[in-house]
Design a protein around this ligand. Structure first.
Ligand code: PLP
Length: 428
């Protein structure tokens, strides 16, 4: 560990906190060097089977040669032009329109945060209303419109809980917070703020708190309420999009929002994202001659990102990626559940498709309040134990794990053997 600590000390001399995104500070301190397929190697040359998947983008594998080769080829003749639209940009948008049910038109951004910002701004522009509704525990990026009531402490659940110093009070107070899976709460909030709510933004599966599944009728109910009250429904599919299927979770659940934000798995780890949706709303962006909501960005549609999208989608369309990652996801869920049960640990493994999360509780998890029942200390002990065994499950409580296409059955077998060792020691 000395090597990692020295490197972190060096990084901290030149970067505040030493890491370049808030949740990269972890214990034990791991400093990445390289990644290939389903494995990452740290700077002290230790190798890990990777279920962290960089919070989800890595759906195929690290340094996936079909993707990197395509990008390298594209870069021989393209980078960034700042006028018109490249054929790659057009093809990316055509692909998203082809696959994602709500996508009639698409604009490319560089991150999920930019996408949710634009989705909210255009919703305000088109409705002429100021407020939005989000759900306790959902994360939609770091901008002022949404950075409140994410991982709130118990006493702040549903209360005013800005996620950062420096946020504008007006922005914090324009964002109303409801309970996930509680339609009555949403209906009451809409009534109390009659004709003031521009948009409801929701992670259709709140993966930022692991894997809380929508109860039957919840997303359908949001669709009904938003239609009834002239509110724009935004599905934030930055995690679920392309990870749970080419059409995102909206295709799986059969509920079509007005706008969708996409990112992460769309490009297997390269920095590109999108906002898409109904043409009548999307045409309100200034990219359209009669539009009104500013949309701009020097690096939007950069060749690295567009080539990454095209190469990734080509593989997702033509190879049995979803069969593979779903199958291994299911094996991990049932495997860890069995091991926990056998060792007398109070664990409920939840998940969907390629995602699995061992919650250290036997109680049901249906909304943020339920997370207070989780034994966070045991959760972290398990994850840190897995890291000692050479398996990277991010050592942050309740964070989801992901399977990727490059992961093999023998990786999964090894992981389950490691889980047996770790849980056996914990169950003593
Ligand atoms: N939306 C969701 C659901 C996310 O999980 C994230 C990031 O984790 C974002 C938006 C923000 O995306 P980015 O980190 O690319 O800005």
């Amino acid at each position: 560990m000395k090597h990692a600590e020295d490197l972190m000390a060096r990084s901290m001399r030149v970067a505040p906190g030493g890491v370049h995104s808030n949740t990269r500070r972890i214990t034990p301190q791991l400093m990445p060097k390289s990644g290939k397929g389903a494995r990452v190697t740290t700077q002290d040359n230790k190798e890990y089977i990777d279920f962290h998947a960089s919070f989800g983008p890595i759906i195929l594998g690290h340094a996936y040669s079909k993707v990197t080769n395509f990008i390298t080829e594209a870069l021989q003749e393209q980078d960034l032009f700042g006028f018109g639209a490249t054929e790659y940009e057009i093809r990316c948008c055509e692909k998203i329109v082809e696959h994602v049910p709500s996508a009639e038109k698409v604009l490319l951004t560089n991150s999920g945060t930019e996408s949710t910002f634009h989705a909210i701004r255009v919703s305000r522009a088109i409705t002429g209303r100021k407020k939005i509704i989000k759900f306790q525990g959902c994360y939609h990026g770091w901008h002022d419109y949404v950075a409140r009531n994410m991982l709130s402490a118990k006493e702040l659940i549903g209360k005013r809980d800005p996620g950062s110093a420096g946020m504008l009070d007006e922005a914090v107070d324009s964002t109303l917070v409801c309970r996930y899976n509680d339609l009555d709460d949403v209906e009451q909030t809409i009534k109390q703020n009659k004709d003031e709510v521009a948009a409801i933004i929701v992670e259709p599966i709140p993966h930022n708190i692991g894997c809380v599944l929508p109860q039957s009728g919840f997303l359908e109910g949001l669709r009904e309420l938003t239609k009834q009250h002239g509110i724009v429904l935004i599905f934030d599919e930055v995690i679920t999009g392309f990870r749970h299927g080419l059409g995102g979770y909206q295709q799986a659940c059969g509920v079509t929002p007005d706008l969708t934000t996409l990112g992460k798995a769309i490009a297997n780890g390269y920095p590109i994202a999108a906002v898409c949706g109904k043409a009548e709303i999307m045409d309100y962006f200034t990219t359209n001659p009669s539009g009104n909501a500013l949309f701009a960005g020097t690096y939007n549609g950069h060749a690295v990102g567009t080539a990454a999208i095209l190469a990734t989608l080509d593989i997702l369309e033509t190879e049995p990626v979803y069969d593979h990652i779903y199958k291994l996801g299911a094996t991990m869920r049932s495997g860890i559940q069995d091991i926990a049960d056998r060792n007398g640990l109070p664990v409920t493994v939840k998940g969907f498709g390629s995602v699995f999360v061992p919650y250290f509780t036997r109680d049901t998890i249906e909304n943020y309040e339920d997370l207070m029942k989780v034994d966070v200390e045991s959760d972290l002990k398990f994850r840190r134990g897995m890291i000692e065994q050479g398996v990277l499950m991010i050592p942050l409580p309740m964070k989801r794990n992901h399977t990727m296409y490059a992961l093999s059955q023998s990786d999964v077998d090894y992981t389950l053997e490691a889980a047996e060792k770790v849980m056996k020691a914990m169950g003593r």
